[in-house]
Design a binder for this molecule. Structure first.
Ligand SMILES: C[S@@+](CC[C@H](N)C(=O)[O-])C[C@H]1O[C@@H](n2cnc3c(N)ncnc32)[C@H](O)[C@@H]1O
Length: 248
């Protein structure tokens, strides 16, 4: 079972405290997500000592990851884009006094992404139709100066994928706000788009401690953007693999 670092409990408590006015459910959800979802720790860990710089968090939800990055000094500023009005409002209130800007927008209708050092897309793509996913991925690749990090559901991950899809479909029936569709695409598709845009891409499992089928796609490039690579530079990617764009 892959392991990942845990978030500092003091940081989790500081983030959760910012949701005190949002009720027990929201506060508990935020704390639980930061504590138990390996994506939070993996993404903070990926920021490293140098940090992410300016960040765009697409489908930021309640904004707990953005707030954690800011409180940890791992981002200089965050723009969150979120369609759901309640989540967007909670994210904005939680970020009061921090350099967090929350924009309420449907990314399927308007996939434009503001320029930033780092673009995050965490557990969002599978909630979009395929054409909207591809448009958002291309916009993210064009907007990110240095990095794109995507946590995605891998539909090819056997029993884990079946369980995750079942859970997501059930959640959608219980909560009408759980996304328009459950439409996970192969992670290799996103990796190929990022690779073609000049990023070096790695895929790693990102489900430690859960029965789910998630992967973390990390795309990075040096300060000076590479010219777009020839199409098809990434062969089919599997978790644990690394792909580099061809030399310019
Ligand atoms: C599973 S949640 C993940 C939230 C957040 N990224 C996190 O890690 O906690 C998916 C989020 O994507 C948002 N979302 C789904 N479709 C969207 C769309 N078309 N435009 C903007 N946000 C969307 C949902 O409202 C929800 O907040």
């Amino acid at each position: 079972m892959p392991t990942s670092p845990r978030l500092d409990p003091a940081l989790v408590a500081r983030v959760a405290a910012r949701y005190a006015a949002e009720g027990r459910f929201a506060r508990g959800f935020v704390a639980g997500k930061l504590r138990r979802d390996p994506a939070s720790a993996a993404i903070l860990h990926a920021a490293g000592a140098e940090g992410f710089g300016s960040v765009v968090d697409l489908g930021c939800g309640r904004g707990q990851l953005a707030v954690a990055l800011l409180l940890a000094g791992a981002a200089s500023a965050v723009t969150g884009i979120e369609a759901a009005p309640t989540q967007a409002a909670q994210a904005a209130r939680a970020g009061a006094g921090l350099p967090l800007r929350v924009i309420r927008r449907d990314l399927a209708a308007d996939p434009s992404v503001p320029a930033a050092d780092t673009v995050l897309i965490v557990d969002v793509l599978y909630q979009l139709a395929t054409t909207a996913q591809l448009a958002l991925l291309r916009a993210a690749a064009a907007a990110a100066r240095h990095r794109v990090l995507i946590r995605a559901l891998d539909p090819g991950a056997g029993a884990r994928a079946a369980l995750t899809l079942g859970w997501e479909r059930l959640s959608r029936r219980l909560s009408p706000h759980a996304g328009a569709v459950v439409n996970p695409r192969p992670p290799a598709e996103a990796a190929a788009i990022l690779c073609d845009a000049g990023f070096a891409v790695t895929l790693a499992p990102c489900h430690a401690g859960t029965p789910f089928a998630n992967v973390l796609i990390t795309a990075s490039r040096p300060a000076a953007p590479s010219p777009p690579a020839a199409p098809g530079c990434c062969p089919r990617a599997r978790p644990g693999t690394r792909h580099n764009p061809p030399a310019p």
